[in-house]
Write a protein that binds this ligand. Structure first.
Ligand code: SF4
Length: 223
């Protein structure tokens, strides 16, 4: 079995990240929010839903319930109605309510900048916790979403499908200062070029570093 050394992967990743920064200089979290609490709720809503759709419902949601204090007192039925179009609205609304109540009961209404505390909140897993820590508090973490799983495998930075295993692998490969931006950059690249089931390898700035580049497109690129 062919194995690439960690050192090689780190160097290849360094070049990949450099290209991504050049190509997506304005890359950032696409969930609109005004506080760590709103980011937390938006990230919970983004499960099985696009960020674009989440951004359509959150202005109305946060107009009624902008803080944990307000949301803890909200009728769950009203939360469900407001987030209906994001899918799985019954479980999402119950989690949002329970999460806001726990924030009030245990954290004085603040979102704790701590992964262990975050993952104890209802509906919050490692991915959501890392989004909140990285974007809300600038605490480094690698967020592993479907784009990172798919493109991380295409780039052969991992051969895992399990998000937690991939997170720990990527932490060894990516320099810590790029952990948070890496996910934003990969999401942008996944939306623009390395699209699921129809990657545009002929137009990809990562082609020379990507072992999955389509052979016929790689030939075109060399001409
Ligand atoms: S070369 Fe193709 S498979 Fe590799 S990252 Fe680019 S678009 Fe994706």
């Amino acid at each position: 079995m062919l194995r690439e050394s960690l050192k090689n992967k780190q160097e290849r990743m360094r070049r990949i990240i450099g290209r991504l920064y050049e190509t997506y200089p304005n890359s950032k979290c696409s969930l609109e929010h005004r506080s760590p609490f709103q980011l937390l709720i938006s990230t919970m809503l983004s499960a099985q839903c696009t960020d674009e759709r989440v951004n359509k419902v959150t202005p109305e949601l946060f107009k009624f319930y902008p803080t944990a204090l307000a949301m803890a007192a909200a009728p769950v039925e009203h939360l469900a109605e407001l987030v209906r179009s994001t899918g799985f609205f019954n479980s999402k609304s119950k989690n949002m309510s329970a999460c806001a109540i726990m924030l009030m009961e245990q954290h004085g209404g603040e979102v704790p900048p701590d992964q262990d505390a975050l993952v104890k909140l209802p509906g919050v897993g490692r991915k959501t916790a890392n989004v909140v820590l990285g974007t809300g508090f600038h605490i480094p973490g690698v967020v592993v979403d479907t784009h990172v799983i798919r493109i991380g495998n295409l780039l052969r930075m991992t051969n895992q499908k399990d998000a937690v295993k991939i997170e720990f692998e990527l932490q060894k490969i990516i320099e810590k200062e790029h952990w948070v931006m890496f996910t934003h950059l990969i999401i942008d690249h996944g939306r623009a070029v390395c699209i699921a089931r129809r990657p545009q390898c002929h137009n990809c700035i990562l082609a020379e570093y990507c072992p999955s580049v389509l052979p016929e497109e790689a030939v075109k690129k060399k001409k």
